[in-house]
Design a protein around this ligand. Structure first.
Ligand SMILES: C[S@@+](CC[C@H](N)C(=O)[O-])C[C@H]1O[C@@H](n2cnc3c(N)ncnc32)[C@H](O)[C@@H]1O
Length: 234
């Protein structure tokens, strides 16, 4: 068990579990699913440095290193970071992080922007803004529309050897849903519960603007990957 737990989050299954309910053993065995190409395609030519927030066990980090990027990987879970090879790691919460450095790209993936707590979302985006170069970009992955609609649950899909099941979705009001995920991998099972706030376009743009960022482009047809850039000042 981690020493603290994030509100609305819980995880169960073999091995270490992070404060947001993720299973370290499972993430350590998963491979990137093309995220590295979305990131590489969104950065300007010649850009090399990436700050990856919530890097986990390096699933995407390692794929970005293989493409020649320099990555600083941040996570609050020391067990996750212990799995990362070849990148500088920083154990920290994203909220309030200030490394005193700026990067060509800041990556906020894994739907962290969908946190049910607006104050946390604001902090996450402020950290992105603090660490991005003036000509750099912030790359964000958010949940798709209707993903947590109870009408679409349960559902499951396979990613290689991993079975991913959205087992339950319970609306809690004010756009927030408690979601229970189940995973099966190499004969082992994990579950994770987290709360999620669905963000429409206007909500994303408002949250970005409050952090001094502006939406620059959608990077995928399903509009789950976004590129934001520093907003003009003055
Ligand atoms: C769902 S996992 C995804 C890991 C990785 N991005 C991937 O795609 O494989 C989310 C990770 O973010 C970390 N995390 C979540 N919220 C965080 C926060 N506010 N500060 C630091 N780490 C956080 C968790 O510890 C976990 O390792």
């Amino acid at each position: 068990m981690s020493e603290y737990q994030r509100a609305g989050s819980a995880g169960a299954g073999p091995g270490a579990i992070t404060p947001d309910g993720c299973a370290v053993e499972m993430y350590a065995r998963m491979e990137a699913d093309g995220e590295q190409h979305i990131v590489a395609g969104a950065m300007r030519a010649g850009a090399r440095t990436i700050l990856e927030l919530g890097a986990g066990a390096g699933r995407v980090t390692h794929a970005l290193l293989d493409l020649g990027f320099e990555v600083v990987a941040v996570d609050e879970s020391p067990e996750m970071l212990a799995e990362i090879r070849g990148a500088r790691t920083v154990r920290a919460t994203i909220e309030g992080l200030d490394l005193g450095e700026r990067f060509d790209a800041v990556l906020l993936a894994s739907y962290l922007i969908n946190t049910a707590e607006p104050a946390v979302r604001a902090e996450l985006l402020r950290t992105c803004r603090r660490h991005v170069k003036d000509d750099g970009c912030v790359l964000i992955q958010r949940e798709g529309a209707g993903w947590n609609d109870p009408a679409n649950v349960p559902r499951e899909h396979r990613r290689g050897p991993l079975l991913i099941r959205v087992a339950a979705a319970e609306p809690l009001g004010a756009g927030v849903t408690s979601v229970r995920m189940e995973y099966e991998f190499e004969g082992r099972r994990w579950s994770q519960t987290h709360t999620s706030h669905e963000l429409d376009e206007a909500a994303v743009e408002k949250a970005l603007a409050e952090a001094g960022l502006r939406l620059d482009a959608h990077l995928t047809d399903d509009r789950t990957w976004l590129r934001a850039v520093p907003a003009a000042t003055g």
